[in-house]
Design a protein around this ligand. Sequence first.
Ligand SMILES: C[S@@+](CC[C@H](N)C(=O)[O-])C[C@H]1O[C@@H](n2cnc3c(N)ncnc32)[C@H](O)[C@@H]1O
Length: 297
Amino acid sequence: MNSEDTALKIIRYRKESPFVGKFCEILTPLPPETQGDKGAGSRKSISSPPMAKFAHDEVVPYQNSQQEKKEQVADMFNSIAYRYDFMNRFLSVGIDVWWRKKAISQLKKLGPKQILDVATGTGDVAIMTWRMLQPEKITGIDISAGMLELGRKKIEKLGLTGKIELQEGDSEALPFADNSFDAITVAFGVRNFQNLEKGLQEMRRVLRPGGKLVVLEFSKADAGVLSVLFNFYMNKVTPAIGKFFARNKDAYQYLNDSVQAFPEGQTFLNIMNEAGFTQTYLKKLSLGICTIYCGSK
Ligand SMILES: C[S@@+](CC[C@H](N)C(=O)[O-])C[C@H]1O[C@@H](n2cnc3c(N)ncnc32)[C@H](O)[C@@H]1O
């Protein structure tokens, strides 16, 4: 079996079961040309199989709910919106601000004029992007009306209405024409998508050729004492603090569960390559607690 057959087989296994796929990947690493290794990700022409399902697509905030993941996620963010910014700063001891800055700085060289911030929430990334890059316009999109309402208030207070526009919408069915944006950012959003592959394909569709996607997402800390502490913090401390301050333990338990199930690192770069992104690379931040993923169209 040649390397392309092996790659196809592993990719198919992964689509059928991410766990089996991961196991296969460990036993038989994908050949380099199918991987988006640092600075040199390139899409291998592999025929497009049916839409993939990943383990985290199935992780939902409310175990006993009959609603689909997307509705549950929107409800959850609506219910914690009033505490969201405070909880971010509190739980990350302010490091999240630096993570966002590092992610946005990946776009400095490109100098994008039209930017889309997917899963914009309360607009922190959109506002910081405005300050750092001064583009012509930033559009933020999110499925949670509650998060957007708070974001609009912040934008108005800062006198940025007209420069940053927030609208309700789904990242898996973006209401924009093909090739509309020079750059797309998505911070702590892809982990919440109901269908990760669809979300990535949609973002690529609305990106102009040569445009760049920057994804910021939690990941599991590199091995060692830190990873034990991180797991304890995410699994025990965070839900307890979430219960106390945001009156929603489920939301912060979901944060941990979705981080654990997320296909991080090289696996996520492979998924980006599969969705058609090129020149993919990743940068780990804070000993792997958070990762920036980039790709171009
Ligand atoms: C953890 S918050 C991140 C907000 C913001 N990007 C930030 O950095 O603070 C995740 C956001 O993703 C949004 N979201 C989840 N699934 C989405 C989807 N399919 N389309 C658009 N937004 C989505 C949620 O409503 C929520 O506001």
